[in-house]
Design a protein around this ligand. Structure first.
Ligand SMILES: [Zn+2]
Length: 651
């Protein structure tokens, strides 16, 4: 039996030359032998690791359900959530009863004023109608919390879906209207009315879409972080009196941040001149949209057909236990994680990852100190920012307190509403407290990592600290190429086009000289052009602006991981398995990006995802990086080695 190896040449396609397409060279066989499984829209290394985590959790969840232990214990809560979620007979028997009170309250809405009175309740129950309201560190003083009020209220993934007029977009909109009508009919609205109501809902949402920021604009903190006093907030929505609503749901502070002021002006108008029966249907639709995944098959199947299959490219739904696990990760993530890390994350892994992070931070320091284009003034600020970085690895020292949330084995939808209320109360309940810097924004069993600009911290959950990202006993080249480049990526986010606008404390503050900012932008624009020239499907290109932050992070992450490896090697360049450390580093890097996509899902991502397709995330950074060309004797001007004058280099 062959165990999985850090470098597994049986997955390569040596017919493809490294100089032409290194991603295919290293992953060709894997890509050919791993078509996207029917339950996925895309499938790659991240999904493979997630599959393993899910299998482990599946077993642990069953064990918790079978032997829940004491009332109120982690096992008990997780077990009840899982049992209620997987009990199909219970879900079918409950029908829409768990939502009855909410739907009755919507039926009773007779005026815009009634709708307004209902809004705080919808907010607390997790119905994202009209807009999104949340809590995060204050961008001017990140030691305190601030309420953030954001555009929202759409049922399609982005504003552009409402506004584009090509054939595919028009068809998608028609399918959306049909889907909304189906869900309204499932709620008991007569079919003839449901169709007209769905059209009116789509028209209402279109008005919101027209006033919404684009995905690219949403990435611009100068545009989206706008402090408004509560009076000013009421000025944006004088009829709706948004400020009063913010107070009613627990906002206690004199100011909030508003991402798109014009959106709220338009929303105020749209709500007041939309017939009240349309508004009621709009609210019903958003209740169903929020909870379809925990309702009987008629609702869930319809939601899958539109969101999962048509938009997401899935041929079939995931098995129920995986769907419940995904929702549990949102609703009770740190309870699930507690079962996971006990078994899956040994202390030795934490130690080795800590060392890696420290080496990567040191390499970023060198990159800042030695880069040829920065003035000393900006360089000093950048080094101060780096010195202010904190990091978290594995799982929290202190778990989130779920005492106020008790899932029960009575109704899946009821548990989901309980979880929404718990989260709402948790967020608003701490508004006056200092920012909790120990909090994790991802449950630790998740296969991902993040940089938080307002906290100036990088976080690596246990879920991703596994092969092919991290190998407890592989040589350094493998781990620096894998998880090392991920760590470098997250560090670089602190210095990408967004992150570089926040300082060491997490405050939004310009610490750049104008000259340095101009040069940074010039260098970043090279990357924008490279990605803009990269096709996603036959008629869609990568959006180089939308993906710029991630692309800067990939490019910088690769460079600093490589430099950190050179330090770690201490000159020991002996080959392993016929490959130099540099070759192993780049092979490990290319391996983590192996991913197949369905056409539909690739299109969805191209519209909404700030990450470019994996193929480019692997190849474009390497094609800009001279040590890659040197490691594989790639002649300058080959697809994998851009001419010196055309290379992008920032960090
Ligand atoms: Zn990223």
């Amino acid at each position: 039996m062959t165990a999985t190896m850090p470098i597994d040449r049986s997955q390569w396609d040596e017919r493809v030359r490294p100089a032409d397409d290194f991603y295919r060279h290293v992953n060709g066989r894997w890509l050919a032998e791993h078509p996207v499984p029917p339950e996925y829209g895309a499938y790659g290394a991240f999904h493979e690791v997630n599959e393993g985590n899910q299998d482990r959790l599946h077993r642990l969840l069953h064990a918790a359900a079978d032997d829940p232990g004491a009332e109120g214990s982690v096992r008990h809560k997780v077990g009840d959530y899982f049992m209620a979620g997987t009990d199909e007979a219970l879900i079918a028997a409950a029908g829409i009863t768990p939502l009855r009170e909410l739907l009755d309250a919507i039926d009773a809405v007779r005026s815009a004023e009634d709708a307004r009175a209902l809004a705080p309740r919808l907010e607390r129950d997790g119905i994202g109608a009209y807009y999104d309201i949340g809590i995060a560190p204050d961008f001017a003083d990140p030691s305190a919390y601030l309420v953030y009020v954001g555009q929202g209220g759409l049922g399609l993934p982005d504003r552009d879906y409402y506004l584009k007029d090509d054939e595919r977009s028009t068809q998608l909109r028609e399918a959306y209207v049909a889907h909304v009508a189906t869900q309204l009919a499932n709620l008991g609205v007569p079919e003839a009315d449901a169709r007209a109501a769905a059209e009116a809902i789509a028209a209402f949402e279109r008005r919101l879409a027209e006033a919404s920021l684009t995905k690219e604009q949403q990435r611009d903190p100068q545009l989206t972080l706008n402090r408004h006093t509560l009076d000013e907030l009421d000025g944006l929505m004088p009829r709706w009196r948004l400020a009063t609503l913010v107070r009613e749901i627990g906002g206690t502070q004199p100011a909030v941040s508003v991402d798109a002021p014009d959106f709220f002006r338009v929303l105020d108008e749209a709500i007041s001149d939309t017939p009240i029966d349309v508004l009621r249907h709009y609210l019903r639709w958003h209740v169903v949209r929020a909870y379809a995944s925990s309702l009987p098959p008629a609702f869930e199947d319809a939601a899958f057909a539109f969101y999962g299959a048509l938009l997401g490219g899935q041929q079939e739904p995931k098995p129920r236990w995986k769907r419940v696990l995904d929702l549990a990760s949102q609703d009770i993530g740190e309870l699930v994680s507690q079962l996971y890390v006990d078994e899956a994350f040994p202390p030795a892994a934490k130690d080795r990852c800590e060392h890696l992070v420290e080496h990567l931070l040191a390499a970023m320091g060198t990159a800042i100190r030695t880069n040829p284009w920065m003035t000393d003034e900006t360089r000093g600020e950048a080094l101060r920012k780096l010195a202010g970085f904190s990091f978290k690895i594995g799982y929290p020292d202190r778990w989130r307190d779920y005492a106020a949330l008790t899932p029960e084995h009575d109704s899946f939808a009821a548990n989901r509403i309980r979880a929404a209320r718990f989260e709402h109360d948790r967020q608003f309940g701490r508004l006056e407290e200092p920012v909790d810097t120990t909090e994790w924004l991802l449950p630790p069993h998740i296969v991902n990592a993040y940089y938080h600009p307002l906290l100036n911290e990088i976080v690596f959950p246990a879920g991703i600290l596994q092969p092919p990202f991290f190998w407890a006993d592989a040589d350094d080249a493998i781990n620096y190429g894998g998880i090392g480049s991920v760590i470098g990526h997250e560090i670089t986010h602190g210095f990408d086009d967004q992150g570089s606008q926040f300082d060491a404390t997490g405050a939004l503050r310009n610490w750049w000289t104008e000259e340095d900012r101009t040069e940074f932008t010039r260098r970043a624009d090279v990357l924008v052009e490279q990605f803009n020239a990269s096709p996603v499907t036959d008629d869609v290109m990568v959006n180089g602006r939308l993906t710029l932050g991630e692309n800067i992070a990939d490019l910088g992450g690769l460079a600093i991981a490589y430099n950190a490896l050179q330090e770690a090697l201490h000159g020991d360049r002996h080959p392993i398995d016929g490959m130099t450390p540099d070759q192993r580093f780049f092979a490990a890097y290319a391996t983590i990006w192996r991913t197949n996509y369905t056409d539909a899902y690739a299109r969805l991502l191209a519209n909404v995802d700030p990450h470019a397709p994996s193929h480019y995330r692997a190849n474009i950074p390497m094609s800009n990086f001279e040590p890659f060309a040197a490691a594989f004797d790639v002649p300058e001007g080959s697809p994998m080695a851009r001419p010196a004058g055309e290379r992008a280099r920032i960090w």
